[in-house]
Design a protein around this ligand. Structure first.
Ligand code: ADP
Ligand code: MG
Length: 344
């Protein structure tokens, strides 16, 4: 049986003016690290001290700031769970994990068996909703990786290094040609599909002698919600993105291949920063076309979509420069009042 499709227009969305939300998460010290007080969390702010100039404390404020003892469940309940409601109402949402390699992006997005992150929690929650809702909810996923500005499908084994093409349909919607979209019927099925995809990712990386921290991984969950009583069908989606490490690879790497990688990573993270900044300032021109990632996410960043960047921070003096760069990237995405203050 076919259901009439009710289109939601931009004016139906009361939150269309909301800017990109930025939250910060500081991971704990790892067993081999020497604990110091370089980074401190104070309410919604983070303070950092450079031991070379200890009188100078830089303070940055965000929508939320999570310290090293924050549990996965707290971050999920506060910042992710509320987005799922919007997705079920036909809106798009995007969550990015940004930060240098080792700062906790994968822990935050994927987590471990004992401490599952945003991806497993989101799927678990969506299936709970599906199984208890009076509406008919269908869930599909796609999973892709962007490496050196090439887009690869992670739901199938990689048989070629040629990436997938990005196309535009007649309604000017951007899509990745031939990307697999797989219907998923239970959380257990998702776990199987996802772990196979993660294996495809690491096998492909090994073949190319690449570490996964050098590519962006985009999991897209498409949610279709049919309300039989009203005869409406709503299409929402949520993108969960583990970004490539934001460290400045030029400092440590000088091989040609690594430079090409670094250039691609810098380009796409810079483009993401520019898009987010343009959205936050309400610019009429948003530079989506400047990288593959922002182009693919065009319908899920800005407009009627909700976006959040999770800034991951490694504590400790060894990461001071990385932390400084990460926080400055993040504050450019916020309002001027969030510029660092210097307390003498
Ligand atoms: P990234 O993906 O940014 O390179 P990872 O998520 O792999 O970083 O984290 C690096 C290490 O730190 C891993 O061993 C991870 O388990 C640990 N870690 C990261 N964040 C946390 C956290 N919030 N609590 C406990 N351990 C964490
Ligand atoms: Mg990682």
């Amino acid at each position: 049986m076919q259901f009439p499709i009710k289109k939601i227009t931009k004016t139906d969305n009361p939150i269309s003016q909301q800017k990109v939300k930025v939250v910060c998460r500081v991971r704990p010290f790892l067993p081999h690290e020497f604990p110091d007080d370089t980074v401190g969390v104070d309410g919604n702010s983070i303070k950092i001290t450079n031991q070379r100039n200890p009188t100078e404390i830089l303070k940055y404020s965000f929508n939320a700031c999570y310290g090293p003892t924050t549990a996965q469940t707290e971050l999920f309940n506060n910042d992710v769970y509320p987005l799922l409601d919007h997705v079920l109402k036909g809106l798009n949402a995007t969550i990015f994990a940004y930060g240098v390699t080792g700062s906790g992006k994968t822990h935050t997005m994927q987590g471990s068996q004992e401490h599952p992150g945003i991806i497993p929690r989101t799927l678990r929650r969506l299936f709970e909703i599906k199984n208890t809702s009076i509406n008919r909810i269908d869930i599909k996923v796609s999973y892709m990786e962007i490496y050196k500005e090439n887009v690869y499908d992670l739901l199938v084994p990689r048989d070629s290094i040629t990436g997938l093409a990005i196309r535009e349909d007649m309604n000017r919607n951007i899509f990745v040609a031939n990307l697999t979209e797989k219907e998923i019927n239970s959380y257990a099925e998702f776990e199987k599909v996802y772990s196979a995809a993660c294996k495809h990712r690491s096998t492909a990386a090994t073949k190319l002698n690449v570490h996964s921290s050098r590519s962006h991984a985009i999991l897209c969950i498409y949610v279709t919600c049919r309300d039989d009583a009203r005869g409406t069908t709503l299409f929402g989606k949520i993108n969960l993105i583990d970004l490539a490490g934001s460290e400045d690879n030029r400092r440590t790497e000088n091989g040609k291949e690594r430079l090409v990688e670094s250039a691609a990573i810098n380009k796409s993270l810079f483009a993401l920063g520019q898009v987010v900044e343009a959205l936050s300032q309400g610019s009429s021109r948003i530079p989506y076309r400047d990288s593959k990632m922002t182009r693919i996410l065009q319908d899920s960043l800005g407009g009627r979509s909700l976006s959040m960047i999770i800034i991951n921070i490694s504590p400790g003096q060894a990461f001071y420069t990385d932390t400084y760069n990460t926080l400055n990237f993040a504050t450019r995405t916020k309002e001027i009042e969030n510029r660092p203050e210097v307390n003498q």
